[in-house]
Design a protein. Structure first.
Length: 473
């Protein structure tokens, strides 16, 4: 079938449901690549990928596509699903014969509820959906496609057996050629990465058991299944040759550094190419591995510190202590590795005192930049189950993770700490981290190195203040 993979129009600046773990409007307008859609698009000959949020496309821009395709597969998320379902209905009105399916964590954990939400949704692909989408596009009978839930002709829902995890990750085609063919590379922007950048996965799954993390508990699993180092280096070489404007490569694996010998082998291969690259990392990578990566082009690590309180880290099964994180951060500083640190407020065990402890911890270790999120109990995660079981979240009241503008909300509250207190603490955190002499001096010195960087940081500052005002509203 003639197939369109669509990341549908959503909130202005909303990046959720693509490659993003932060399914909300960000502090600074930014976009990750829609890697989860690009991968099956690479498997379907003649298909096309449209990323409406990144291309600033509204429904009037997307609707004409309904007449040009037989099959549309949309990526959705819990926060965006109601709007995405409406998009499906509008597309169906434009072309009643169109077949529409959805993929993503939301439909993976609630296939029946997702299908019942709108008659415009014909099927959902659960688990790892790459080859499920391929088989749908090939026109195979729905009842013979593993991992598919679909609406029968009589309106009832059928759930086919689960699809097994992909073991040979090298069997998946590269996503970079799809990026080059269908996307505008310059539209993808992350404040802490050099622009333009490209991100993709070198493996799926995460061995860590963090109770809040969405992808390992819904789609990717807890086994880290990886591509061969040579495949990774070859795709980066292809990007070098065919997308010369790209200034940085980002590896979006949950924890790229989990297999250290492999990470070091990839790093050495990248070093021979002379590329600048960054990746996600847990705050426990030993100095020697960090040194090998730094010596071979590593510029930045995206690190989930989450909390400055060891009991909270234990509660969420982070598998990390603050003393280890301190040593890791010190090692990175010695080696000249930049860190973008991420923190979460409102995790189990949070109090007013632990919030202050985390703010002090962030100021002490002083990553270059930070992101402060609110604990989001996504359906399908252990955190969601805990929140409902303990009365921190009332399931029958619905789950609002973002407001009408896409700004993240605080859905969890505790007996001694209200959701409003947690929500207000995000702004306090940002102000106490950034508005201090040491950090202002660091960022000012950085801006002085480049006029382009100065303009970029000033623009980000304006966006950040607008974001704070939107939260206050």
């Amino acid at each position: 079938m003639k197939t369109l993979f669509l990341h549908p129009p959503s909130f202005d600046g909303f990046d959720g449901g693509a490659g993003s773990r932060y399914q909300a409007k960000r502090e600074i307008r930014s976009f990750w690549y829609p890697t989860w859609l690009a991968q099956p698009a690479a498997l379907v000959p003649g298909s096309k990928l449209i990323d409406a949020p990144a291309d600033d496309l509204g429904m009037k821009d997307v609707l004409p596509a309904a007449r040009d395709y037989e099959l549309i597969i949309m990526h959705t998320s819990s926060p965006s699903f109601p709007k995405d379902a409406r998009v499906a209905e509008l597309l169906k009105e434009e072309n009643p014969g169109l077949l529409i399916g959805m993929v993503g964590a939301k439909v993976a954990v609630d296939p029946a509820g997702s299908l019942s939400a709108s008659p415009a949704i014909d099927f959902v692909a659960r688990e790892e959906f790459d080859f499920t989408c391929k088989e749908v596009a090939e026109g195979r009978p729905f009842e013979k496609i593993a991992g598919l839930s679909f609406r029968r002709a009589d309106g009832s829902v059928q759930h086919n057996p689960a699809r097994v995890m992909i073991e040979d990750m090298d069997a998946l085609p590269w996503v970079a050629p799809v990026y080059q063919r269908d996307l505008t590379i310059e539209n993808y922007f992350i404040g802490y990465l050099q622009h333009p950048y490209v991100s993709f996965y070198t493996g799926r799954g995460c061995r860590s058991k963090c109770t809040f993390c969405l992808w390992p508990q819904t789609v990717g699993g807890h086994r880290y299944r990886v591509r061969s180092p040579q495949s990774v280096v070859d795709e980066v070489r292809w990007i070098q040759q065919h997308m010369p404007q790209v200034k940085e490569i980002f590896f979006d694996d949950d924890t790229f550094t989990d297999f250290r010998p492999r990470a070091e082998e990839i790093a050495r291969g990248l070093g021979k190419l002379g590329v600048t690259w960054s990746c996600n990392a847990k705050a426990n990578v030993p100095y020697e591995t960090l040194r090998v990566m730094k010596d071979n082009g590593l510029r930045l690590l995206l690190v989930g510190y989450e909390s400055g309180n060891d009991q909270i880290l234990h509660n969420i099964r982070k598998g990390l202590r603050t003393d280890i994180a301190r040593r890791f951060t010190s090692d990175c500083r010695k080696l000249g590795i930049t860190i973008h640190g991420t923190f979460i407020l409102g995790l189990p065990g949070e109090t007013a005192d632990t919030i202050q402890q985390t703010i002090n911890f962030a100021r002490e270790i002083n990553p270059h930049t930070i992101q402060v999120s609110l604990a989001a109990p996504y359906p399908g995660t252990e955190l969601y189950q805990q929140a409902v079981a303990n009365g921190w979240l009332h399931e029958n009241q619905g789950l609002n993770l973002v407001n009408e503008q896409g700004v993240q909300l605080a859905p969890i509250s505790y007996p001694n700490l209200s959701a409003d207190q947690i929500y207000r603490s995000v702004e306090i955190f940002y102000k106490r981290f950034y508005f201090r002499p040491r950090k202002i001096a660091e960022l000012t010195a950085e801006m002085m190195t480049s006029w382009d960087l100065t303009k970029r940081r000033l623009r980000e500052g304006v966006e950040f203040f607008r974001f704070l005002r939107a939260r206050e509203a």
